[in-house]
Design a protein around this ligand. Structure first.
Ligand code: ADP
Length: 581
C-alpha cells in the first residue's frame, strides 16, 4: 500500500528510456487529482482543514444549543453551509484514503509467501485456483507488479519502426497488392529484421488494425530463421519469475517460470521452501526414449502381422538398430512396439536422443528403417510417418503407460512442523485431500494422466522459459501425485510420477537468447560435455522437482482453505463463506 501511494505522488522512472512516466500513465489509470486545479498536497490540506474546522464549528454550535435549550433541528444559514462543507470534505477524504486502503488490505496478496504468517494469505492462496480462470486484476490487485511490463511496452512504442526508404515502400505496396508473397521477404531481402518490419507494415495496411503494443525491436530475427517461426512480425513478451532455490538431489536450482498467471511463481516458491527446509527432494530418471509411430498398410491383415513379427523378433533388432542409428550420432534405437488395426500396422519406435528433445532425430531414424523395410516388404504402403500411436501433443494412454521422452519419479519427506508453519496445514489434511481430489476425484472424472492438482501449470511455465515446445505440455504434464503420512504420522511423504517429460537442451527454441539464458541459469545449457543427454535428463528431473513444489503448495492452500472455511462457518456464521472458495 505504501508503495502504491508513493507511486501515485511521485513519477516512476521507466527502464531504458529517457522519458519519465508517471504511475497513472503506466497503469493507464487517471488519478482524481488530475481533475483538480490545485496540487494534490494542497487539495488534501484544504479538505483536511475544512473538515476539522466545520466539525469544530458544528460541535460548538451543538453544545450552545443544548446549553440554551434550543431545538437541534433549527439551523441557521451558517450551520447549513457548515453541514454541506462537512459532507463534502468527508466524502473527499473517504474517497481518497478510505476505499483504496480497505481494498489494499482485503485484496492484495503478499509477494513473499515464504514469510507468510497470517490467515489472509491462506485465503488468497485458497482463491488462487479459481483466480487463475480470471484475468489478472479482476481477482487480485496486480497494479504494482504490472507497471514495469507496461512501461517496457511503452519503451518499444516510443520507437516506431520507420519505413522511409522508397524501396521499402515499393515492397510494402507489392505485398498489399498480392504480387509479392510475404513469406519470401527474408530470402529476397537477406535481412530478417527488415523483412519483419516490412511484413508488419503491410499487414497493418491490409487489415487496418493497429499492432501497437506488439514489439518489433529488441529481437534477433536471424536466430529464428528456418528453425523457430516463419513470417515474424514481432514477438510477445512474457514475464519470467524465479522460484527457488529448489533443493534437488543435493543441488540448488533457481527455476525460471514464464507465466502471466499471478500467484503461480509465488506458490511454487513456497513449495520450494518447504522442500528445502525438509532436507530437499530426490528424483530418479526411469526411462529416456522419444517415440515416433508411423502407420503402414498392407493388402491383408496377415501381411501386416508378418511385419509385426519380423520387427519384434530379437534376432532382427541389431540390423534394424544399425539402420536406424545412421540418422544421427546421438540417436540410439531402444525398441519397436507394434499394434495392428485390421490390415494396418502402427510401429512405435523408441530411441534415446542425447540432449535433443528428439522429434526430428527419431523421425529421421524411422524414415531410414521404412526405406530399408521396403526391400523385404514391397507391398508395404507407408500412409504416414506419424500414425498417432506415438503420440505427440495429444492426450493418449500409450504415453501414460509406456512413457515418452523422460520418465521421472520425484519424492520428498516434508517435516510435520514445516507442513504446519510454512504450508499452514496438517499432514492428515493433505493426505485426505490428495486421496479425494487427485486420486478419487480424477478417477471419477475419467482422467488420463491427470491425477494431480496443477502439474501443467509448472510444466508450461518452465517449458516456455527454457525454449521447450509448449504444446508438448499435454503429455509432459501427465502426473500422479501421491501423499502418505510417514514417521508415525508426523511427516508427509509426497511424490510425483511423470512418465512423459519431453525436454531438450539443444535444438528448437532452446538456442534463442532468452531461453538459452534460462537454461544457463539451471546449469543445463546446450549439449552436455560430460555425457550426451546428461543436460536434458537433468532438466527433466528439475521439471519434476518444480512440479513437486507446485503440488505441495497448491494442495496445502486448498487444505488450509478447507480449515479456514470450516473455521469461518462455525465461528462466523453470519458471513457467506460459500463465495470465498
Ligand atoms: P530435435 O530432434 O529435438 O527436434 P534437432 O533436430 O534440432 O532437435 O536435433 C538436434 C541437433 O543437435 C542434431 O543435429 C544433433 O546432431 C545436434 N546435437 C549436438 N549435440 C547434441 C547432443 N548432445 N545431443 C543431441 N543432439 C545434439
Amino acid at each position: 500500500m505504501e508503495a502504491r501511494w508513493r507511486s501515485s505522488a511521485k513519477p516512476v522512472q521507466a527502464p531504458k528510456t529517457t522519458k519519465t512516466v508517471s504511475f497513472e500513465e503506466v497503469s493507464g489509470k487517471a488519478s482524481s487529482s488530475e481533475a483538480l486545479p490545485l496540487s494534490l498536497h494542497l487539495t488534501n490540506a484544504v479538505f483536511f482543514s475544512l473538515f476539522f474546522s466545520v466539525v469544530y464549528f458544528l460541535l460548538s454550535r451543538w453544545r450552545e444549543k443544548i446549553r440554551t435549550s434550543t431545538p437541534l433541528h433549527l439551523v441557521n444559514l451558517s450551520e447549513i453551509v457548515a453541514i454541506f462543507a462537512f459532507i463534502a470534505s468527508f466524502v473527499y477524504l473517504l474517497g481518497f484514503f478510505g476505499i483504496d486502503f480497505v481494498q489494499s488490505l482485503i485484496l492484495r496478496p503478499s509477494t513473499d509467501l515464504w514469510n507468510s504468517e497470517d490467515e489472509e494469505e491462506n485465503e488468497a492462496l485458497l482463491r488462487k485456483e479459481d483466480a487463475r480462470k480470471i484475468p489478472c486484476g479482476q481477482a487480485l490487485d496486480c497494479s504494482v507488479t504490472s507497471a514495469p511490463i507496461i512501461s517496457a511496452q511503452k519503451v518499444v512504442d516510443e520507437k516506431p519502426v520507420k519505413l522511409t526508404t522508397k524501396e521499402d515502400e515499393e515492397i510494402i505496396k507489392a505485398i498489399v497488392a498480392g504480387t509479392t508473397p510475404s513469406y519470401s521477404l527474408e530470402s529476397k531481402l537477406g535481412d530478417c529484421k527488415r523483412a519483419a518490419s516490412i511484413r508488419r507494415e503491410a499487414l497493418g495496411r491490409i487489415t487496418g488494425k493497429s499492432l501497437s503494443g506488439l514489439p518489433l525491436d529488441g529481437f534477433d530475427y536471424e536466430s529464428i530463421l528456418g528453425q523457430c517461426c516463419e513470417m515474424p512480425i514481432g514477438y510477445v513478451q512474457i514475464p519470467v519469475g524465479i522460484a527457488g532455490p529448489l533443493l534437488l538431489n543435493g543441488k540448488e536450482y533457481s527455476v525460471p517460470m514464464a507465466t502471466t498467471e499471478g500467484c503461480l511463481v509465488a506458490s511454487t516458491n513456497r513449495g520450494c521452501k518447504a522442500i528445502h527446509l525438509s532436507g530437499g527432494a530426490s528424483s530418479v530418471l526411469l526411462k529416456d526414449g522419444m517415440a515416433r509411430a508411423p502407420v503402414v498398410r498392407f493388402g491383408t491383415a496377415k501381411r501386416a502381422v508378418d511385419l509385426k513379427f519380423y520387427l519384434e523378433d530379437p534376432e532382427n533388432f541389431e540390423t534394424l538398430a544399425v539402420v536406424f542409428n545412421r540418422s544421427s550420432r546421438f540417436a540410439r534405437l531402444q525398441g519397436i512396439k507394434c499394434v495392428i488395426a485390421g490390415k494396418n500396422l502402427y510401429l512405435r519406435f523408441t530411441c534415446s536422443t542425447g540432449d535433443a528433445m528428439g522429434m526430428n532425430m527419431v523421425s529421421k531414424g524411422v524414415q531410414n528403417v521404412l526405406d530399408f523395410l521396403q526391400t523385404d516388404f514391397p507391398d508395404m504402403d507407408v500412409i504416414g510417418i506419424s500414425g498417432n500411436f506415438c503420440s505427440d501433443k495429444k492426450p493418449a494412454a500409450v504415453n501414460w503407460i509406456e512413457g515418452r521422452g523422460k520418465s521421472v519419479v520425484c519424492e520428498a519427506i516434508i517435516k510435520g512442523d514445516v507442513v504446519r508453519k510454512v504450508l499452514k496445514t496438517s499432514v492428515e489434511s493433505l493426505v485426505e485431500l490428495n486421496m479425494l481430489k487427485n486420486l478419487t476425484g480424477s478417477a471419477m472424472a475419467g482422467a488420463l494422466g491427470g491425477f494431480n492438482a496443477h502439474a501443467s501449470n509448472i510444466v508450461s511455465a518452465v517449458y516456455i522459459a527454457t525454449g521447450q515446445d509448449p504444446a508438448q505440455n499435454i503429455e509432459s504434464s501427465h502426473c500422479i501425485t501421491m501423499m502418505e503420512a510417514v514417521n508415525e504420522g508426523n511427516d508427509l511423504h509426497i511424490s510425483v510420477t511423470m512418465p512423459s517429460i519431453e525436454v531438450g537442451t539443444v535444438g528448437g527454441g532452446t538456442q534463442l537468447a532468452s531461453q538459452s539464458a534460462c537454461l544457463n541459469l539451471l546449469g543445463v545449457k546446450g549439449a552436455s560435455q560430460e555425457s550426451p543427454g546428461a543436460n536434458s535428463r537433468r532438466l527433466a528431473t528439475i521439471v519434476a522437482g518444480a512440479v513437486l513444489a507446485g503440488e505441495l503448495s497448491l494442495m496445502s492452500a486448498l487444505a488450509a482453505g478447507q480449515l479456514v472455511k470450516s473455521h469461518m462457518k462455525y465461528n462466523r456464521s453470519s458471513k457467506d463463506v460459500s463465495k470465498t472458495s
